[in-house]
Design a binder for this molecule. Structure first.
Ligand code: M7G
Length: 338
């Protein structure tokens, strides 16, 4: 069984052995080639230099991240609303020796056998993952704002009468999904693709994963079919698609990262943020945001439920959390459903 805990995926000496391969590229068939990746970092330059913070939306010293709403200070998006997420990256076992050797250490305090230090590693061992959403809509800003959550019980009828019209009216654009499917973006990140228009999908790293280590492995499989919005649309006719995603997705992850299927949590979100069917693959032991019981539906359960009843997800009451300021919550409340 692969030890995913402290495995690094970006060894500086570039050696490729087992799962410690560089993640540079995929050529779409699951092979790990050595083609150089376009370095998106080079185009970013100092685009955050004039970033103006308007509000700290969320911050966690335990998770070492901060969610900021602000305005871009320079570049083509100057003055536009943006969400900026900064997150300290996990430690990598393979860089520890270099960390010890090259960091500057300043004594903070010493007492008996105890001492604490400020450690200043060189820049390349001290990176912060930055995610920028720009221009950010009001809905994006709300998505990242900490808010009280309420659990909703949505019947099949509620879905058809309230949720579906709401989704059709206002949900996040899925342009980024189409860009992936059409190879207009992230093409060099594709780990596996089955191009079949009915049952095929693209598997690639989720943008929450920096791919530097396996202990927070996170990939998404995006199906080629465009008309499946979410779990609610699934019937038995989609079983070949779902089984294909499960099987080929797991195989591709085993091949590329040496993480076996028994170490993977494979699930769909209900509600998702983006209404184009996709499946999340995260490694067990990593508490990925949204992997809790109130939002995640294991793909294997979904498959079994559809095998038992083709109308399962059309008729069953589904439970999920909504944020206090979510317009859908207000619509359900207006209809006396909450
Ligand atoms: P979701 O269940 O619709 O919503 O999952 P969530 O974001 O509330 O979990 C969408 C998944 O796609 C999430 O895990 C996102 O991190 C991921 N994702 C979102 N965007 C905009 C991108 C993107 O541009 N590229 C990639 N690779 N992943 C993305």
């Amino acid at each position: 069984m692969a030890d995913t805990k402290k495995r690094s995926l970006d060894s500086d000496n570039g050696t490729e052995s087992g799962p410690e391969k560089k993640l540079a590229t995929g050529d779409g068939d699951g092979k790990n080639t050595k083609k150089p990746v376009a370095d998106p970092g080079s185009e970013a330059g100092s685009m955050l230099a004039g970033f103006q913070t308007e509000k700290i939306m969320r911050e966690s010293s335990r998770e070492k991240n901060i969610f900021i709403h602000g305005k871009m200070g320079s570049g083509p998006n100057e003055g536009q609303d943006a969400v900026l997420i900064l997150e300290k990256t996990p430690f990598r076992e393979d860089s520890l020796a270099e960390l010890f050797k090259t960091s500057e250490l300043k004594l903070q305090m010493r007492n008996d056998i105890y001492s604490t230090y400020h450690m200043h590693p060189p820049a390349h061992l001290n990176d912060i993952k930055a995610t920028v959403v720009c221009p950010a809509t009001e809905k994006h800003i709300k998505k990242y704002q900490s808010q009280e959550l309420f659990l909703i019980q949505e019947s099949g009828e509620d879905y058809r009468n309230i949720t579906l019209p709401y989704i059709q009216e206002q949900s996040f654009s899925v342009q980024w999904v189409y860009n992936i499917l059409e190879k207009k973006a992230e093409a060099d990140r594709i780990v596996f693709e089955d191009p079949d228009p009915q049952n095929g999908f693209v598997l690639l790293p989720d943008f929450k994963w920096d791919q530097k280590q396996l202990d927070d492995l996170y990939l998404i499989a995006i199906c080629h079919q465009r008309e499946i919005k979410s779990l609610r649309d699934l019937t038995r006719e989609h079983l070949p698609l779902l089984q294909n995603i499960q099987q080929q997705g797991q195989e591709a992850i085993m091949k590329r990262y040496s993480v076996p299927s028994c170490r993977l949590r494979v699930y769909l979100h209900y509600q998702p943020s983006y209404y184009h069917l996709h499946v999340h693959f995260t490694v067990l032991g990593y508490e990925a945001p949204g992997c809790g019981v109130e939002r995640a539906h294991l793909l294997s359960d979904v498959i079994q439920n559809l095998q038992t009843d083709t109308q399962h997800y059309r008729t069953r009451t589904l439970t999920y959390p909504l944020r206090a300021d979510d317009a859908l919550l207000h619509k359900l409340r207006e209809a006396g459903r909450f």
